[in-house]
Design a protein around this ligand. Sequence first.
Ligand code: COA
Ligand code: MG
Length: 288
Amino acid sequence: MTIRPRRSCLYMPGANVKALEKAKTLPADALIFDLEDAVAPEAKPEARANVAAALAGGGYGRREIVVRVNGLTTPWGADDIAALAAKGADAVLVPKVDTGADVEAAQRALDAAGSTAALWVMIETPRAILNIQDIAAAAGRTRLAAFVMGTNDLAKETRALQTADRGPFWTALSLSVLAGRAYGLTLIDGVFNDIEDAAGFEAVCRQGLAFGFDGKTLIHPSQIATCNTVFAPTAEEVAQARDVIAAFAAPEAAGKGVLKVNGKMTELLHLEQAKRTVAIADAIAAAA
Ligand code: COA
Ligand code: MG
């Protein structure tokens, strides 16, 4: 089982050369070089050139590199993919998909560019939520590998308020997790805009973990450490997982489907979860 940690996925504007440089030293699992929402129309060509230079220059080590292109119906999206998709990014993140057909169109654009990158998509429109199974199922015929929640665009489009508990977004978040898990996708939660509110940020990280997300998109380096901690298994969880694996491996467990481990009822499904917990903990340790 190979698992790549995607706890912290830090966006940076492609127009911000300083941020692209600083990212080489930041402990984020993934970096998202943004050409879309964080780049003004007049800066789009410059951002594309900066990101091309960053991809060519490298120096990002183990960090997964994701390029967020403009939407395929904008004046820039097709050119972004043609210019950058085959330049070494691990994934291309396509915004504002509404349907499975949109995912297929994005895949065709990657193929036409000669790109072997994975395809990540933003889930950020009301139509995407209503079509979420159709979008997720496109994973069977494309390289779709991840959903990234675009909660700011969802708030804009639905006019729902971004309350502290994110109640107005629970349906969208939960449907996205259900569909994503049903089709084997990685699931990345949306951003938290209030950079100064560390306590609010931690609470919303923990909420994303509880919903089932693998990690969270971030907007500022100060958010990375908390996010990495929250989305990593705790020492207690790893210890329990190792005990579960050992208990099922013991000779006296042969042929048994249920055991008591450290006082807890433990079935074979828990063994599968335990293996995943240990694999992700090992992957995090290897990346440190
Ligand atoms: N990625 C990499 N580095 C970043 C960064 C990011 N997202 N945000 C800030 N930094 C760097 C700054 O360049 C600065 O570096 P320095 O210490 O070497 O000077 C340092 O972190 C501190 O930055 P700070 O002064 O606190 O923030 P700022 O006022 O420069 O920028 C934002 C604030 C919000 C404009 C900036 O954080 C940002 O652009 N975030 C990402 C926005 C984005 O990509 N949105 C798209 C998806 S929602
Ligand atoms: Mg968006």
